[in-house]
Ligand binder design. Structure first.
Ligand SMILES: *Cc1c(COP(=O)(O)O)cnc(C)c1O
Length: 429
């Protein structure tokens, strides 16, 4: 069967006349995997439907948010109801406190928080408040971690930055990047050396506690604990960027799963139920540095938007009510798909390394262990591209880059697992 993508191609020509590369976010263009990127018309449950009527099993979930599946009736209803009461107020309303309380129930370290409209804004603002609180300048990040596209965080970043091999973005002055120290992930000695070199001037460490944006990387035993005790000893803040892992690895995110309490946490993706939401929060004494209480400025016309709060509350509310069944289910479905396809690869002589935790995973096209970005970068990206194109032909939509995690949601079941493994059998020959 060869897919027809006539409508998609015509939409693409239209988009290319408007948007650089025809897209509003770079990895959507499928440049690193090759093949045509379908234009979507709708999605339901675990399935995506393109403009030509082709159907795909969705393994990227809008890059993470759609953990309950697409067009879930209670989320749709919540958005509809909120929209009928106005799309935006620009003033405070009960919906903000409702979602805020749900978040704090799940993630108690977020004593105080503030809503923004994207993960990028959440991390950018968290770093500003960390610098304002500590009165220090440097921030440590890790190679292959992606924290959105703010200037100071685009140093050796993951996601699209890694996909396109951009070492640091053009348009960011060296003076801005100077205060970002990019170190290898899973390497405590490198962090100790940085603290020794910049004694008393490191404001914070920001990291994805489990990395998704280099493909999935899992922290070595003791690594997160060591970061926690080092930051404490050095008077720096520990920021967990849980934009991807929040409400995914557990109800309380990676910090619950690993039992580590960061000073600040950033979230996005799932917390907005598919609408544009970010949130940053943590220690009350740190968060009270924000205006109007303190001298750190941060604001947003659409922050706490009523539609976004409604979609977030419907999603997070369901996750809280059903955490005991949802998380074991999505973790088990993920295990079946990740191991099932890895077995097919092994049977056909393709050497993969599968990194998986909870409902996120990556098949790296390398036989060697992948513990940091340097290991991930050894993957055969051309082979990944061929696999991606073949799976698309079979109706399975994987994230279109070796350096992105795949996700499963509540709508994925036995049927989808079996279809995916069957598709891999054809794709690997
Ligand atoms: C997606 C992501 C971001 C950026 O969020 P946007 O909403 O795309 O700005 C930041 N950090 C992590 C860990 C992410 O996965």
């Amino acid at each position: 069967m060869t897919r027809v993508l006539e409508m998609s191609r015509s939409l693409q020509r239209r988009a290319e006349g408007l948007f650089p590369g025809g897209v509003n976010s770079p990895v959507r263009a499928f440049r690193s995997v090759g093949g045509d990127a379908p234009f979507l018309e709708r999605a339901q449950g675990a399935y995506l439907y393109d403009a030509d009527g082709n159907r795909y099993i969705d393994y990227f979930g809008s890059w993470g948010p759609m953990v309950l599946g697409h067009a879930v009736p209670e989320v749709v209803d919540a958005i509809r109801y909120a929209a009928g009461r106005s799309a935006s107020f620009g003033a405070s309303h009960a919906g903000e406190a409702e979602l805020g309380e749900l978040i704090r129930t799940a993630v108690p370290s977020m004593e105080r928080m503030r809503f923004v409209s994207s993960g990028t804004e959440a991390t950018m603002s968290a770093i500003r408040v960390a610098r304002g609180f500590t009165r220090r300048r440097y921030v440590i990040k890790f190679e292959g971690c992606y924290h959105g596209h703010a200037d100071g965080l685009l140093v050796k970043a993951g996601s699209g930055v890694a996909t396109f091999g951009i070492p640091g973005s053009a348009g960011v002055p060296d003076e801005v990047a100077h205060f970002t120290l990019a170190l290898p992930y899973n390497d405590i000695a490198a962090v100790e050396a940085a603290f020794a070199k910049h004694k008393g001037d490191i404001a914070a460490i920001i990291l994805e506690p489990v990395v998704g944006n280099a493909g999935t990387l899992i922290p070595k035993a003791g690594y997160l604990e060591a970061l926690r005790s080092l930051t404490e000893a050095e008077g720096a803040l520990l920021i967990f960027d849980e934009v991807m892992t929040g409400f995914r690895l557990a109800l309380g995110g990676a910090q619950q799963r690993f039992g580590i309490k960061p000073d600040l946490t950033t979230m996005g993706k799932i917390v907005g139920g598919g609408l544009p939401v970010g949130v940053f929060g943590g220690r009350e004494d740190v968060m009270n540095m924000l205006a109007p209480l303190g001298p750190v400025y941060q604001a947003g016309t659409l922050s706490g938007n009523p539609l976004a709060m409604a979609a977030g509350s419907a999603t997070v509310g369901r996750l809280i009510r059903e955490a005991g069944t949802i998380y074991p289910q999505i973790d088990e479905t993920t295990r079946q798909v990740a191991e099932g396809v890895a077995q097919v690869a092994a049977d056909t002589g393709v050497r993969l390394t599968t990194n998986r935790l909870g409902s996120m995973w990556t098949w790296f096209f390398t036989p060697d262990a992948v513990e940091n970005f340097e290991d991930a970068a050894k993957s055969d990206t051309a082979a990944f591209g061929r696999f991606h194109r073949a799976m698309m032909e079979e109706g399975v939509w994987l994230p279109p880059s070796q350096f992105e995690a795949a996700f499963i949601g509540l709508a994925h079941g036995k049927d989808e697992v079996e279809k995916t493994i069957a598709a891999a059998r054809k794709a690997f020959v």
